[in-house]
Design a protein around this ligand. Structure first.
Ligand code: NAD
Ligand code: ZN
Length: 388
């Protein structure tokens, strides 16, 4: 199998994202290549969903490279992405006498990436982290760019997504696409949602070919053809890497082409992601929504909001719904709370600026803009459009 390397070149540092099949078996040497030779241990945070053979392969490779591995297993859910789990992991790493040069290694989906990354960002004020994403979503998005953190549960019981965290860039990202063989369909589709997000902003960030390439290859992408999925991951991390390189810390001033654009669909999406009882297909057994499903709905709401403002033709939302349908992602759901409550929850999203809600809205094919002054009516129209 081929191996593709995408470089994230930051102002003062940089790191590689390696994409290919079977990479986990050589992870030890790869980690060695990016850490101090004085490192002697590794704190490995593993997702319980990753098949045992891969975990064994990673641990053997890490130990073969002279790093004593301590393994912690996390069974991921949004409620596990919490300060409590973070505290437990910190206690775990402290208990191993993990030094400042020793790496944290994650092997898992976005939740494990975010948790392990936050432990690495804060333990001893920062130790190296190597991200080995094991879901499509984590490969194309969560493992790249250095955003780490946990959700916060408020006294009222509400959950605020990713409210506490830190920017902490990895030393290496190793995306072994062979790990995706065991990923179930719903999680595959959830990852495709972030790829569609990239396709809907691609022209604003200098990657105009992504949308056309995804359109042309959509059948093979949906069929999870291994060679196409490897190419999909490489193209998507290249887009994210270039955005992160230009705007590492999501500066509010970096409006054009900045990191904020990656939040397309997320302000609407985060407001509905943690709603109890809402499922992609109306079956309560499938509630709550997965992150990528909420983002899919959030992107549709953003398109219809822009349309109501007269800033975007209806065809952009129509073609989005068409692609979501082909992929098997929802663009409308039942059981949402009132529109006022969703707007209230959107106001709590971190992207809210003062009392206004900052939105990423499409203007045309592959193009988005940041809008601070969307009218209440347009936001309502966006939300109403995804009500099933
Ligand atoms: N930090 C960022 O920049 C960023 C970006 C996007 C999303 N996120 C976060 O990522 C999270 C979502 O990530 P996700 O979609 O990967 O969900 P997830 O972490 O919950 O993983 C999804 C499921 O797949 C299982 N799994 C993982 N690897 C597997 C494998 N190889 N085979 C079979 N099953 C496997 C997990 O056990 C879990 O049940 C959200 O919390 C979101 O906020 C972060
Ligand atoms: Zn996302």
């Amino acid at each position: 199998m081929t191996v593709q390397t995408v470089r994230v070149q930051l102002e003062r540092s940089g790191y590689d994202i390696v994409v290919g099949g079977g990479l986990i078996s050589s992870i030890g040497q790869r980690v060695r290549g990016v850490i101090s030779e004085r490192a002697s241990r590794a704190f490995v945070v593993v997702d319980s969903g990753v098949p045992r053979a891969h975990v064994k392969g990673l641990v053997e490779s890490v130990e073969g490279a002279g790093l004593r591995a301590h393994v912690e297993v996390i069974t991921p859910s949004e409620s596990v992405k919490s300060l409590e789990s973070y505290g437990r992991l910190l206690a775990g790493i402290a208990g191993t006498n993990h030094g400042r040069m020793d790496p944290v290694i994650s092997l898992g989906g976005g939740i494990v990436c975010d948790l392990a990354g936050f432990v690495a960002a804060s333990y001893r004020r920062g130790v190296p982290v190597v991200q080995c994403p094991s879901t499509l979503l984590a490969m194309v998005d969560a493992s790249v760019g250095g955003k780490t953190g946990v959700n916060l549960t408020l006294g009222t019981g509400g959950v605020m997504k990713n409210l506490v965290g830190a920017f902490h860039q990895p030393s290496l990202v190793c995306a072994d696409v062979g790990l995706l063989d065991s990923l179930e369909g719903r999680h595959r589709r959830s990852g495709l949602s972030e790829c569609i997000k990239h396709a809907w902003i691609c022209r604003s960030v200098g990657h105009e070919s992504l949308r056309g390439w995804m359109d042309e290859n959509l059948d093979s992408i949906c069929g999870f053809d291994p060679a196409i999925i490897e190419e999909l991951v490489a193209r998507n991390v290249a887009l994210k890497a270039s955005v992160v390189a230009r705007d590492e810390h999501e500066s509010p001033e970096a409006i054009a082409g900045g990191r904020m654009l990656l939040n397309f669909g997320h302000t609407f999406g985060h407001a509905i992601e943690t709603l109890e009882g809402v499922s992609p297909d109306g079956d309560p057994g499938n509630a709550p929504l997965h992150h990528g499903e909420a983002v899919a709905l959030g992107m549709v709401a953003a398109c219809r909001c822009a349309q109501a403002l007269g800033r975007c033709p209806p065809s952009i939302g129509d073609s989005l719904c068409e692609m979501l349908t082909r992929v098997g992602l929802p663009w409308r759901v039942s059981g949402l709370v009132s529109t006022d409550e969703i707007i209230e929850r959107m106001g709590h999203d971190k992207k809210a600026v003062g009392s206004t809600i900052r939105l990423v809205l499409p203007t045309g094919e592959g193009c988005c803009e940041i809008v601070d002054d969307a009218s209440a009516e347009s936001v309502q129209a966006g939300i109403e459009s995804i009500r099933g």
